[in-house]
Design a protein around this ligand. Structure first.
Ligand SMILES: NC(=O)c1ccc[n+]([C@@H]2O[C@H](COP(=O)([O-])OP(=O)(O)OC[C@H]3O[C@@H](n4cnc5c(N)ncnc54)[C@H](O)[C@@H]3O)[C@@H](O)[C@H]2O)c1
Ligand SMILES: O=C[C@H](O)CS(=O)(=O)O
Length: 482
């Protein structure tokens, strides 16, 4: 299929579609074909500062609106995104590569945060506290933190933006957004929808361009009071250090290394399908994808046989083709990293049960066969580093004590999964797994109403649920002497 070229080539600052100050642009590539599909402004420090100028100027008006008024704009944005769902999804597929069905699902998921926080905006309650002195009254207010900088990844180019800016806007903050350089077009389509929704100029700003320059500009600007980041743990640590200079609030949604635990009392078909859904969604490029699969030894053989049988059925192809289930990896370096995990495992004795090869039917794209490995050892790279690709290492375990200890033996703590039909096992495992998200017989736990986030080096703070709005609020108390 000949894919059309997408022409946006402007970014959205202060309610206007503008070029970068240096007039530079950078290409946007289709990861399935390696072909350029568009170009966007290559913004830098000055563009980043201008966006903060706009957001800072808009803050008094936006934060001064009533909750009902802010809720209205969020709902309009939600409607504008869903009215243009197919067009946005197609652009998302062209620049990110995921199958159309997943892209449509992501747009729906992204819009759901706007609807959720359109309601949460109206529930930012304060409190009164009984004063110890009879002539004093104590009032507690929750107020917006101020200008918020959102820096987002390429794997969910729509949802990772709205999961941040919906609560920020609901709280009364104004936002400056830097999308990943691999997937800027989706972010600009969201900005287009926000413009359709009628947001006042300067409330929402999207700057495309040099990550280091834009990031540095926002970190050093005292007017930016909040950094909200989704991406690798490595970059998250950099931003956390940079935020310290002006003591900015910070939220971090970082890397993961999810264990899947399959107990012998699990429904085998459910456990296999659940492992496939978690492992191979977005070609394994999600932060909560299964990265390790532990199977109780008594069911190991039938589980691996069924998992391999079902994995071989998965269709690898272009995202716009309706039958495609597995798209390309985002770029060559992503492919080489995943391939290195397979090669390291095999060199240390792992067996490739299925997959393991690049699919060469597609010129220009980095497509990898969905892969299942056995004879895996805990010392292998794939057991320690986030793979971010369609490879499932499967290992055995004897009992709950052993598997909980091994599952928790990682610096990560984002998501974990367990398949069991035993209620006691479900509760004990849920309580003892050191992860912010635990799916029990549920491989797809992410919803707008739940507080998404990680333990340990998987992040700080939560996105979604009523917790998500707290990240964008300051608490103030007023002591009034009568
Ligand atoms: N926890 C979550 O919710 C979640 C969600 C999606 C992705 N992720 C993680 O993100 C990673 C993959 O995404 P990625 O490759 O885009 O991550 P990345 O860290 O390379 O990039 C993320 C964003 O940070 C920007 N960036 C990179 N260096 C920067 C710098 N020095 N200053 C400012 N900004 C900078 C990038 O341009 C991009 O916009 C994986 O580790 C994945 O687990 C986590
Ligand atoms: O990759 C990270 C996303 O947060 C995954 S999900 O779509 O929220 O499950």
């Amino acid at each position: 299929m000949a894919y059309h070229t997408v022409l946006l080539n402007r970014m959205y600052v202060n309610g206007k579609w503008v070029r970068a100050k240096g007039n530079q642009t950078f290409p946007v590539t289709n990861p399935a074909t390696g072909k350029t599909i568009g170009s966007v402004p290559d913004g830098g420090k000055e563009d980043a500062r201008l966006a903060v100028d706009a957001a800072h100027a808009a803050f008094p008006v936006w934060s001064g609106k009533t909750a009902e008024e802010r809720s209205y704009y969020l709902r309009k944005w939600h409607d504008a995104i869903l009215d243009n769902k197919n067009e946005i999804a197609e652009i998302l597929v062209l620049e990110q590569g995921k199958p159309m069905k997943e892209a449509l699902g992501e747009i729906t998921y992204a819009a759901s945060f706007l609807l959720w926080y359109a309601e949460e905006a109206k529930r930012i309650y304060g409190e009164t506290i009984p004063a110890s002195a009879p002539d004093k009254r104590i009032l507690v207010f929750r107020q917006p933190v101020g200008v918020t900088a959102a820096i987002t990844p390429w794997n969910f180019p729509a949802a990772m933006i709205t999961r941040k800016v919906a609560p920020a806007l609901a709280a009364g903050c104004t936002v400056v957004i830097k999308p990943a350089e691999q997937t800027p077009l989706t972010a600009l389509k969201l900005a287009e929808a926000a413009e359709m929704a009628g947001f006042p100029r300067g409330v929402i700003n999207v700057v495309t361009g040099n990550p280091e320059e834009i990031g540095a500009a926002w970190l050093e600007d005292p007017r930016v009071r909040k950094i909200t980041f989704t991406g690798s743990t490595e970059v998250g640590k950099l931003l956390m250090k940079g935020a310290a200079d002006t003591v900015k609030k910070i939220s971090l949604e970082l890397g993961g290394h999810a264990p899947v635990i399959v107990f012998e009392d699990a429904d085998l078909d459910l456990a296999v399908q659940g492992t496939i859904l978690s492992k191979f969604r977005n070609a394994g490029q999600t932060c909560i994808c299964a990265n390790r699969v532990y199977v109780q030894e008594s069911i190991f053989e039938p589980f691996v046989e069924k998992l391999a049988e079902e994995t071989k059925k998965l269709v690898v192809g272009y995202g716009l083709e309706p039958e495609t289930q597995i798209g390309p990896l985002i770029d060559e370096s992503a492919y080489l990293k995943v391939k290195s995990h397979i090669e390291n495992a095999v060199a240390m004795g792992a067996k490739i049960v299925c997959g393991g090869n690049r699919v060469n039917d597609f010129e220009g794209g980095y497509f990898l066969e969905p892969t299942v490995l056995t004879d895996v050892k805990d010392e292998m790279k794939i057991m320690k580093e986030e793979t971010f690709g369609p490879v499932a290492p499967v290992l055995t375990f004897r009992d709950m004590e052993e598997v909980i200890e091994r599952a928790n033996d990682t610096p990560y703590g984002l998501a974990a999964y367990a398949f069991t039909s035993n209620l006691r096992t479900a509760f004990l495992v849920s309580e003892r797994l050191e992860y912010g998200i635990v799916g029990i017989n549920d491989p797809l736990p992410s919803v707008a109403q739940a507080p998404f986030g990680g333990f340990k080096e998987s992040g700080l703070g939560r996105e979604g649920g009523h917790h998500g709005i707290d990240e964008f609020l300051e608490i103030k108390y007023v002591s009034m002497k009568l």
